[in-house]
Design a protein around this ligand. Structure first.
Ligand SMILES: [Zn+2]
Ligand SMILES: [Zn+2]
Length: 353
């Protein structure tokens, strides 16, 4: 809901409220008619946490400075009749935006603060240049922790995450003699009613989401809306091996797609045995194909470029800590630490903040 509409409706119904002003608070007693859902007093004020605008009742009195925190941001939203629809990793970014807007003469009115398509959306009148910079910057900040991140895709869903918080969302699929496990929970082929891809193939003809329906209720952390449905995602560890295992097993699956999955090959970007269907499921980079990557000098230039991203993202650090694939003894690292640092700096220079 947008602020102007919400506020207009809220305050046009002022006559429906009976206001009692006491020393430090305003008690609003609704008359027995249908009223907007907004509580009369911000529930935030009763929590046992300090924030500068605790108890603030109006935007005119709302204080904006470098000391405000996430609770102040929630208060700002509440005073505007909206809620923050984004995760706390972006609070620091949002705080900087609010401070900069304030310094530019903003009236503190905002109709929407949310994450959409992994970008910050902040709707207010004017200040487009400032807001655009923060929208761009949001694409490089983890929505969970606020550290450097990038836009990831999981099951067709885009979101911003650092490497650590991204890999936490990836399930580990392992094939067993009579079925498979997902994060250690066992499933059996004999219990499956049907399996089918839940999305449309992308430009490369690849799917991202597999829906598996079981006869009985299942226990799985990533189970879907029904309690007998399991979703597996192309970003999960072991997707390639799973595609091989289900090939020919279920009628509902696109066999042309499954046929693209052969035995894995070592990846020249990350070095792990994880390349299926022309893409590595460890570093998630595609293999070099001359017609697709002709804008690179040559094959070596392509892999060097991909390795800069892989090492800057600390991919090797996390994979080495908890390996999911064997590493090639012949792997050639094409970049040194200095080049990775320089790459990191170049990327930061693109960051406008
Ligand atoms: Zn993070
Ligand atoms: Zn790789």
């Amino acid at each position: 809901m947008c602020l102007p509409d919400f506020f207009k409706r809220l305050f046009s119904k002022k006559e429906l409220f009976h206001y009692t002003v006491e020393e430090t608070s305003v008690r609003v007693e609704p008359l027995p008619v249908a009223l907007p859902a907004k509580p009369a007093v911000d529930p935030l004020d009763s929590i046992n946490e300090y924030f500068i605008n605790k108890g603030c009742r109006s935007l005119d009195n709302f204080i904006i400075n470098d000391e405000i925190n996430g609770y102040d941001l929630q208060k700002l939203a509440w005073l505007n009749g909206i809620t923050l629809q984004l995760r706390s990793g972006w609070y620091e970014l949002l705080k900087k935006l609010v401070v900069e807007l304030h310094q530019a003469g903003w009236d503190k009115r905002v109709s929407c603060i949310k994450e959409k398509y992994a970008e910050l959306r902040f709707h207010t009148a004017g200040f487009d240049e400032i807001i655009d910079r923060y929208t761009v910057a949001s694409k490089t900040v983890c929505e969970t922790c606020g550290e450097k991140g990038k836009i990831r895709n999981q099951g067709g869903w885009d979101y911003g995450a650092c490497r650590r918080h991204y890999i936490e969302t990836k399930a580990v699929i392992e094939i067993t003699p009579d079925g498979f496990t997902v994060d250690g929970t066992a499933f059996y082929w004999k219990d499956i009613v049907s399996a089918g891809f839940a999305d449309e193939p992308n430009y490369y003809g690849d799917y991202h989401l597999l829906k598996i329906i079981f006869q009985e209720t299942i226990k799985a952390s990533n189970s879907g809306w029904g309690d007998h449905i399991l979703y597996l995602r192309s970003g999960d560890y072991g997707w390639g091996a799973f595609m091989q295992a289900v090939s020919g097993r279920f009628n509902g699956l696109d066999q042309n797609y499954l046929a693209k999955f052969g035995p894995p090959a070592f990846c020249r970007t990350c070095g792990y045995l994880a390349v299926y269907n022309k893409k590595c499921e460890c570093c998630e980079e595609r293999i070099y194909i001359e017609k697709d990557h002709s804008h690179y000098g040559d094959e070596q230039d392509y892999y060097k470029h991909q390795q800069l991203y892989w090492y800057d993202d600390e991919g090797d650090v996390y994979e080495a800590m908890a390996p999911h694939y064997p590493k090639s003894p012949d792997y050639v690292k094409l970049v040194n630490d200095e080049e990775v640092k320089q790459h990191h700096k170049d990327m930061q220079d693109l960051d406008f903040l």
